[in-house]
Design a protein around this ligand. Structure first.
Ligand code: PNS
Length: 160
C-alpha cells in the first residue's frame, strides 16, 4: 500500500491545499494530512484540533484521506505511519528552494523517505494561509479562498 504524508501548518487550510490533497489522493493509496504543531508559532488562528476538524470536514468526500495532528520530527512521523513519501505543493521558485532543502534534510534523517513536489494549479499559485488571514482582516469574502467548512467557521467566529 502506498502511503503519503502531506504535512503543513494549515492555519487555515486553503483551496490551494485542498487541490494538492485531491491530486495526491489520486496518486497514492492513502494520504495522511498531518497538521504539524509548531510551538514557536505564537497565537495561531485555529488550534491544531480545530484545524484537524476543519480539514476533515473539507476532505469528507475523498475516501483515501486521513487527517491527524503531530508535533515533532516529520521524518519520524512518516516512518511510524509506514509512509515512504512526503507530498508538498510548490507555488514558485521560493517554495522550490525551501522544499528542495527540506527534502534533503528529511532524506538525511530517513534514507528512502522521498519528497514528491506537486506544482500548484495556476488558479491557486498566489494562495497562502497568510494571505487568507490578511483577507479576513479586511472582511473579504472567504468562499473563493478556503473550503466551505472553513468559510463558515470564519463567519461564525466573526459573529461571536
Ligand atoms: O505549512 P508550513 O508551515 O510551510 O509547513 C512547514 C512544515 C510543518 C512542513 C515544516 O516546518 C516541518 O516539516 N516541520 C516539522 C519539524 C521537522 O521535521 N523539521 C525537519 C524538516 S525541515
Amino acid at each position: 500500500m502506498s502511503i503519503a504524508i502531506y504535512p503543513g501548518s494549515f492555519d487555515p487550510i486553503t483551496l490551494g491545499h485542498l487541490d494538492v490533497i485531491r491530486r495526491a489522493a489520486a496518486c497514492f493509496d492513502k494520504v495522511i494530512v498531518c497538521v504539524m504543531v509548531n510551538a514557536e508559532k505564537k497565537s495561531p488562528m485555529f488550534t491544531a484540533e480545530q484545524r484537524v476538524a476543519l480539514i476533515r470536514a473539507s476532505v469528507a468526500e475523498i475516501d483515501n484521506v486521513e487527517v491527524e495532528a503531530f508535533s515533532g520530527l516529520l521524518a519520524g512521523y512518516a516512518v511510524s505511519k509506514g509512509a515512504h513519501v512526503l507530498v508538498k505543493g510548490v507555488r514558485n521558485a521560493t517554495d522550490f528552494d525551501q522544499e528542495y532543502q527540506m527534502a534533503a534534510i528529511n532524506r538525511g534523517i530517513c534514507p528512502g523517505l522521498e519528497t514528491v513536489l506537486l506544482p500548484s494549479s495556476p488558479a491557486y499559485q498566489h494562495f497562502s494561509s497568510t494571505m487568507v488571514r490578511e483577507m479576513i482582516k479586511y472582511g473579504q469574502p472567504m468562499e473563493k479562498y478556503v473550503p466551505a467548512p472553513v468559510a463558515e467557521e470564519i463567519k461564525r467566529k466573526e459573529r461571536a
